[in-house]
Design a protein around this ligand. Structure first.
Ligand SMILES: [Zn+2]
Length: 505
């Protein structure tokens, strides 16, 4: 017996020594694909890009406690002594800073203003407290690092925070309905590292129109602990889902996306389909199942059409969830939020549910894969995405589909687009309302790419879109780079008058 005890103690001691040595000498602990053990020696390599690992606890109403571990990889040539994060939830800290115009106030807050925000509790760099402050009216978190991060180096940042979700019909918000039912939208909800391009941090505040997110491609693992009767739909792949101690746990994970979103409800049913090997899951309230099936069907066709046209969607799964988002649909990488009112339209085929779903699926390429600055150059992703939406109607339904789309969304806007003082390449703060924004930024995209197709032909257009995707996939493109890329193709049919007409405001 004594021998056995001694043996067990010795084995334990060896294991303990091994872990101590590993922890002391091999700091990077994040797993990457490159870290496959080879025979007897283990190679630890830093990850290729930032890795977000977030643990979320949801109280079943409007509070979230979270711990975020960010493995920050400095892939630039610069040394960083400071880092900046967007705290988008703080746009809900007062009724004066909300991300929509006054005329939409009661569409977003049907029960009156409800505040929300993010409360940063602790920030550490490589295990030590780090100095931080809030700037830009609390919308930006600034970290003064204990030690700078050199080019090619890695630093582990740990941020603990609490989130209060407003009772709003928005990207971040919740609504209650029926008998204890609740559906929560979790978009733009965690501290996300700002983009630093050409030596400049993009820390623009949100605006009352358009989308605000501008971020770099990263890897994500997010685990949600929620009350047992809740379902979590989120970005990425559902790696694990189980219940423990009256809680449900959902773990989602995915590499190479530029932000992470979710929707949580105790009133979700799901339906699943597959196209080109990609699994699509539709989440909907059971009373709206007709809309839920329709959303699944449209997403399936749109994904198939865009796979053929632009190049294949590189992720194994896509989710679309019924949520409360008064402007309609909202794209997130590998995840789409769609407003509940679209699920109950009276004639559910060929309606705004179809346009919005096709549009948000197209954003998986134009925004999700090819990123851009959505505040200062919103046309870059919205224009090409709306053209892709028109292309979906044309490819799915032929000439009648194209005609009905143009009648509804393009023909009535052409005059406005061509004669309006505001230009499609203008930044968000120059737009005064939605009536001005949609035709100028969205419809002009349809007109621009239609003109391009008329000039260079459909084959060349598709070739252009495919090589644009390949060149800027997982990157952020600027208007300047876009124009240079198009000019670089040297299409004979495009003379200066084409560039003057569209790209020189
Ligand atoms: Zn869009």
């Amino acid at each position: 017996m004594k021998k056995v005890v001694t043996l067990v103690a010795a084995v334990l001691l060896i294991f303990l020594m091994f872990f101590i040595l590993k922890t002391v000498f091999l700091h990077p602990i994040v797993k990457t694909e490159a870290q496959q053990p080879e025979e007897n020696h283990i190679v630890y390599l830093p990850p290729e890009r930032n890795v977000y690992d977030i643990k979320v606890e949801y109280d079943g109403i409007n509070k979230i406690k979270a711990v975020m571990n960010l493995t920050y990889v400095n892939n630039t040539e610069d040394i960083f002594k400071e880092l900046y994060f967007h705290l988008y939830p703080n746009m809900f800290s007062s009724s004066a800073s909300v991300p929509f115009f006054k005329e939409d106030f009661y569409r977003a807050f049907p029960k009156g203003f409800s505040p929300g925000g993010i409360n940063i509790q602790q920030v550490e760099q490589d295990g030590k407290d780090v100095a931080w402050s809030l700037i830009e009216d609390g919308e930006i978190l600034k970290l003064i690092l204990n030690h700078p991060v050199e080019p090619g180096n890695v630093s582990i940042l740990n941020i603990q925070f609490e989130l209060t979700i407003p009772q709003a019909k928005f990207r971040l918000g919740y609504q209650t309905f029926g008998d204890g039912k609740i559906t929560l939208s979790l978009g733009n909800w965690y501290p996300i590292l700002a983009v630093c391009k050409d030596d400049k941090w993009s820390i623009d505040k949100h605006y009352a129109i358009g989308d605000c997110t501008y971020s770099d491609i990263s890897d994500y693992t997010v685990s949600f602990t929620v009350p047992e009767d809740f379902t979590v739909a989120a970005s990425g792949i559902l790696e694990e889902g189980y219940t423990k101690d009256n809680k449900a746990i959902f773990i989602y994970s995915i590499d190479s996306i530029r932000e992470f979103a979710a929707a949580i409800s105790n009133n979700y049913q799901t339906s699943t389909d597959i196209v080109d090997g990609i699994k699509i899951v539709s989440y909907f309230h059971p009373e709206d199942k007709r809309g839920g099936f329709m959303a699944l069907n449209i997403a399936k066709y749109a994904l198939g059409i865009f796979n053929d046209a632009f190049g294949k969607y590189p992720y194994p799964e896509l989710r679309i969830a019924e949520a409360n988002y008064y402007p309609g649909g909202m794209e997130f990488p590998t995840f789409i939020m769609m407003d509940t009112t679209k699920y109950t339209e009276p004639h559910i085929s060929s309606t705004s549910l179809e346009r919005s779903t096709a549009h948000e699926v197209a954003h998986q390429w134009w925004y999700g894969l090819v990123g851009s600055d959505q505040i200062n150059e919103p046309w870059l992703d919205e224009g090409i995405t709306e053209f892709s939406t028109a292309y979906y109607f044309e490819k799915r339904y032929g000439q009648p589909g194209r005609d009905s789309y143009f009648e509804r969304y393009v023909n009535t806007c052409v005059d406005f687009v061509m004669k309006n003082h505001i230009h499609m390449l203008d930044p968000l703060p120059l737009f005064k309302n939605q009536q001005e924004y949609f035709p100028t930024v969205y419809t002009s995209g349809v007109l621009f790419y239609e003109d391009l197709r008329n000039q260079i032909g459909e084959e060349n257009l598709l070739d252009f879109l495919r090589s644009y995707l390949e060149t800027f996939k997982y990157k952020n493109v600027s208007l300047k780079e876009f124009e240079e890329f198009l000019r670089g193709k040297k299409y004979e049919a495009l003379d200066e008058s084409f560039y003057d007409k569209w790209l020189n405001p």
